[in-house]
Design a binder for this molecule. Structure first.
Ligand SMILES: C[S@@+](CC[C@H](N)C(=O)[O-])C[C@H]1O[C@@H](n2cnc3c(N)ncnc32)[C@H](O)[C@@H]1O
Length: 237
């Protein structure tokens, strides 16, 4: 690991405890299924403060209320769209389309904001960041593209689908390390679909397996937009 990297385990929903103007750059990725209060999340990144409040916040006991991005610093949100795109109709009527529609419905029932470019951009702008830009990046689901680079991206996404949609461990998993086995069982779908749509676990597993088979078959030519939104905190804030 590079020497200037340090990991901390903490809860993003709580008040952050970093020092004032601590970060040149805050990058946040694939967290949309966990953040219920985006304005608060963005406020913690930004926090416009008056000079009097800055003096108050310089005290060690009150610094948890501090601004976290340095003036002139940047933030970046990166979230995958929960709706997929397709240019040739192969996604329409697929198991994958149906599964993702249910996942979106479950997340909405649970009170989460589905990440769209417009929504993420608005959160960043409303917090006070300027020069806000949206950069959508195409990610094919599966190795279906002809272009070699996009095919490679699609293969990687197919691997993440195998662990991320929700899969039953194959019999060969007995040989996997405990860490890998634990990671494989994590997923995006099981908790929201069973808790908020009342689906049975077996039904979720069956729909995930069908969706994954479509991704691996390369018959469904769907792609996701990875939504990167960047913004700058103005100097003097
Ligand atoms: C889908 S993973 C994304 C991980 C990584 N950011 C990436 O893009 O590869 C979501 C991560 O957010 C973490 N997480 C969820 N809620 C959180 C919270 N309230 N505070 C801190 N971490 C949280 C989870 O533990 C998980 O590691």
């Amino acid at each position: 690991m590079v020497p200037n990297v340090r990991f901390e385990v903490d809860d993003l929903d709580l008040d952050w405890t970093y020092r004032r103007d601590h970060f040149d750059f805050i990058h946040s990725r694939n967290i949309a299924q966990s953040i219920r209060d985006w304005p608060k999340y963005l406020r913690q990144m930004y926090k416009r403060v008056s000079p009097a409040r800055r003096r108050y916040m310089a005290h060690p006991l009150t610094r948890s209320y501090c601004s976290h991005t340095k003036p002139g610093g940047y933030i970046e949100l990166a979230e995958g769209s929960t709706s997929l795109c397709c240019n040739d109709g192969t996604f329409t009527g697929s198991a994958l389309e149906s599964y993702l529609a249910k996942l979106r419905a479950a997340l909405q029932v649970a009170g989460f904001t589905l990440p769209t470019g417009e929504a993420l951009k608005a959160f960043v702008e409303d917090a006070g960041f300027v020069d806000v830009q949206l950069h959508p990046i195409k990610q094919p689901w599966g190795a279906w593209p002809k272009d070699p680079e996009m095919k490679k991206v699609g293969q990687i996404i197919a691997l993440t689908c195998a662990t991320g949609l929700e899969v039953r461990l194959p019999p060969s998993s007995a040989n996997l390390s405990p860490v890998l086995t634990r990671d494989v069982t994590k997923s995006y779908g099981m908790a929201p679909l069973t808790r908020y749509l009342g689906m049975k676990p077996e039904q979720v597993l069956a729909e995930c397996a069908e969706s994954l088979a479509e991704v691996n078959s390369c018959k469904v030519h769907a792609y996701q937009l990875m939504l990167h939104v960047v913004g700058r905190k103005p100097e003097g804030n």
